[in-house]
Design a binder for this molecule. Structure first.
Ligand SMILES: [Zn+2]
Length: 211
């Protein structure tokens, strides 16, 4: 089913609150299902490799103490971003959470990049990507990200095709799609109730107002 994006309304420069739809949560739910099965090889896992983590940072040129964002080099990094997205075209991309797929990023870049391919995003149309924010040494940044990508390509852990094709995984993802399909029914009910609510508005001065 097609997910329609709500158009942003503005009053002058200010963003007016969007009309919210239950069906607008479909992508979030799908991502939640996928993220819930993605393995994490973090600092507490026996296969976590700290020296490879450091090697990744070295290739990204994070050498001067404080770690700056790998994408813009401007802001301090606050998160480790999935370099290769976990969710792609409503499905598991096959990448997981491990040091070969994580780069330090600022919140602004992390949010703007979302699930996009880093190379398409960094010089693409997104308003808050490094190019459109006027980041100066972008060529240098792209070179570092390239080096990280080339190095990590041979080391990065992925889900196997066998797992992705398995009956259990297909059934699991189907249960998510079934849930999303029911969102459309809930949304139809919501719209009926919303129309009713609109014709039944009161204000604080009326005596039936309940606080
Ligand atoms: Zn950044």
């Amino acid at each position: 089913m097609k997910e329609v994006k709500t158009k942003t309304t503005r009053i002058g420069s200010l963003k007016f609150p969007n009309e919210s739809k239950i069906t607008g949560r479909s992508s979030t739910l799908r991502a939640a299902f996928i993220k819930a099965i993605i393995p994490t090889i973090g600092p507490n896992h026996p296969d976590f490799n700290m020296s490879d983590y450091d090697e990744g940072l070295r290739l990204l040129k994070h050498t001067n103490g404080g770690v700056k964002c790998s994408y813009c080099g401007e802001r301090d990094a606050s998160d480790l971003d999935h370099f290769r997205a976990i969710v792609k075209s409503k499905f598991a991309s096959r990448y997981i959470t491990d040091v070969y797929n994580l780069v330090p990023a600022c919140g602004l870049c992390n949010q703007s990049k979302g699930g996009k391919d880093w190379r398409l995003w960094i010089e693409g149309k997104a308003a808050k990507n490094p190019k459109n924010r006027g980041i100066e040494n972008l060529d240098e940044i792209i070179k570092n990200l390239d080096a990280f990508e080339n190095w990590s390509n041979s080391k990065v852990n992925t889900l196997t095709q066998e797992f992705l094709d398995s009956k259990e995984f297909s059934e699991y993802m189907q249960s998510c799609e079934n849930l999303i399909a029911s969102f459309y029914e809930f949304q139809r009910n919501a719209e009926i109730l919303k129309a009713k609510a609109l014709t039944n508005l009161s204000n604080a001065n009326e005596k039936d107002f309940r606080s």
